[in-house]
Design a protein around this ligand. Structure first.
Ligand code: KIV
Ligand code: NA
Length: 265
């Protein structure tokens, strides 16, 4: 199998071919996601929510991200694996950011890192890039700043914030990021950004004009029925499938039909 590289996804944008990305946090799920054929697998700090049950992404640590990322890397044969730098691991100064990125690359075997923000984290991004580590940016709704925003609603609806986002996007391209996530911004702004930068934009809740799309795998699979924001399409009802399987198991054990003769030694 030919591995996906940052160059491959750049060529996809150049050709106008959409890029697909999904999250994964563990070996078993990552193997399925990779075999299905997405180009990018993101070990997102959304693991803090979907794997650990925290309300926000803030509590997850570098060590926990490395645990998830190394599990994913062991399963992936083709996709480019990108790992989120967690909250607090890159905002302090660029040396700290570099240390965090190096730890993640060395200890997990991932291929790139992602971090949130624009101008505020420019020095951190530049320093990580200078060590030869590919960096994916992340603009718009950046969940590590949720307590600044106050809500998870759409960002950059006002002209001033949209202008800053556009400038940040151009900066990310200029310093050498290989791509960027655009999260929960108006479709029109996504179009403008995607046409203004040459590197691929990967959207979530950002409309159809991004060069690629990303979703949290648990959301796409319908594992948490209660979570259904407008931007999400449920491609399966895994919650229903799993619940049926588990209730069938319970009734078979209680009804003494499992295990049967041929399932016994
Ligand atoms: O952590 C995450 O899952 C993400 C994506 C939703 C972009 O950052
Ligand atoms: Na994230």
């Amino acid at each position: 199998i030919k591995r996906i590289t940052t160059h491959v996804i750049q060529e996809m944008k150049n050709r106008g071919e959409k890029i697909t990305c999904l999250t994964a946090y563990d070996y078993s799920m990552a193997g399925i996601v990779d075999a299905a054929g997405v180009e990018l697998i993101l070990v997102g700090d959304s693991a803090s929510n979907v794997m650990a049950g925290h309300e926000t992404t803030l509590p997850i640590t570098i060590d926990q991200m490395i645990y998830h990322a190394s599990s994913v890397v062991r399963a992936v044969k083709r996709a480019l694996v990108v790992v989120d730098l967690p909250f607090g691991s890159y905002q302090g100064n660029s040396r700290e950011a570099l240390n965090s990125a190096i730890r993640i690359m060395k200890e997990s075997g991932a291929h790139a890192v992602k971090l949130e923000g624009g101008l505020e984290v420019k020095d951190s991004i530049t320093r990580i890039l200078s060590a030869g580590v590919p960096v994916m940016g992340h603009l718009g709704l950046t969940p590590q700043s949720i307590y600044k925003f106050g809500t998870y609603t759409v960002r950059a609806k006002q002209e001033a914030e949209a202008q800053k986002l556009l400038e940040d996007a151009k900066m990310l391209e200029e310093v050498g990021c290989f791509s960027m996530v655009l999260e929960k911004i108006p479709s029109k702004l996504t179009k403008q950004v995607s046409e203004s930068v040459n590197i691929p934009t990967i959207g979530i809740g950002a409309g159809p004009h991004a060069d690629g799309q990303v979703l949290v795998i648990h959301d796409l699979l319908g594992i948490n029925k209660a979570f259904k924001p407008r931007f999400l399409r449920h491609y399966a009802d895994l919650n229903g499938v799993m619940t049926d399987a588990i209730t069938n198991y319970i009734s078979d054990v209680k009804g003494k039909s499992f295990p049967n003769e041929s399932e016994s030694y």
